[in-house]
Ligand binder design. Structure first.
Ligand SMILES: [Zn+2]
Length: 274
């Protein structure tokens, strides 16, 4: 645990330390925090870079995918020279160059029912940049049961949405399943390879995720629990809508326990773009 800032840290983070809402105490909080980013893709790229630049002390990166040339249009943490490499390792190389002082933990594997509890348990806060619904629901349910804040965003074409889920706090905080009770039916959501995504929209939503994360750690401003921010890039509009806790929610009205997670088996053949 860090209890004071070095001269180098005071200089490195000076532009945010000077903010009254951050200060030296806030920077120490950031340096002592542990954040897991699920997916080093379109959302994960800006998220990881800004978290690293801001001085988050420990950053976990989990991704079992490899860098493909079609990723480079939006997944800006990866370079052409790293085609074929595991994305978690590729991301770590960029982050080490940006800020060698962060502790990076690399998980070049897929998050699944068997490993999720042990992986998530080590972190204070989880950011979901995953590209498929089974992972998204599994991550949400595990965060709820472990009582960890979940920052979640989704993208498609020219649109994005973002919210914070802290349903474990009880009313009025909704859980993800209060809003989206079950994964969509197979085929009801456009497939990621065909629907398309403007790369900069992933950047916009990724930076929103980081802002909400830093606010959550610092305990400043108004978060997005109970709210969802909807972004439309074609109209260049942001709408903030209320989302409410459902008394008959299939999950948070009777959430069960961690051992129930291994019963989780919602495999469908649709995916979202990251
Ligand atoms: Zn719920």
């Amino acid at each position: 645990m860090i209890s004071h800032l070095t001269d180098h840290q005071l200089e490195r983070y000076s532009r945010q330390i000077i903010l009254d809402e951050v200060g030296e105490d806030g920077q120490i909080k950031l340096l002592n925090s542990k954040i897991l980013v699920i997916g080093a893709g379109g959302l994960g790229s800006p998220v990881l870079m800004y978290l690293t630049a801001a001085g988050i002390g420990t950053i976990g990166i989990i991704d079992d995918d490899t860098v493909d040339v079609s990723n480079l249009q939006r997944q800006i943490i990866h370079h052409h020279s790293r085609l074929g490499q595991n994305k978690a390792y590729s991301a770590a190389q960029s982050l080490n160059q940006l800020n060698p002082e962060n502790l990076l933990r690399i998980y070049p594997q897929r998050l699944d029912k068997q490993n999720i509890v042990s992986v998530l348990s080590d972190y204070d806060l989880i950011i979901d940049g995953s590209d498929n619904f089974p992972t998204r629901y599994l991550v949400h349910d595990c965060c709820f049961l472990l009582k960890k804040p979940l920052m979640s965003a989704a993208l498609l074409r020219f649109e994005g949405q973002i919210s914070t889920f802290k349903g474990y706090l009880g009313a009025p905080h909704p859980c993800y399943r209060c809003v989206f009770p079950e994964p969509p039916q197979a085929g009801s959501v456009p497939r990621c390879q065909t629907a398309g995504i403007l790369g900069s929209v992933a950047g916009t939503m990724g930076t929103f995720l980081v802002t909400e994360t830093l606010k959550e750690i610092l305990g400043i401003g108004h978060g997005l629990s109970g709210q969802m921010l909807l972004y439309d890039a074609l109209d260049q509009t942001l709408n903030r809508i209320a989302i409410t806790k459902q008394l008959n929610c299939p999950f948070c009205s009777k959430p069960g326990n961690l051992s129930d997670l291994i019963q989780h088996d919602e495999v469908i053949d649709t995916c979202q773009i990251r």
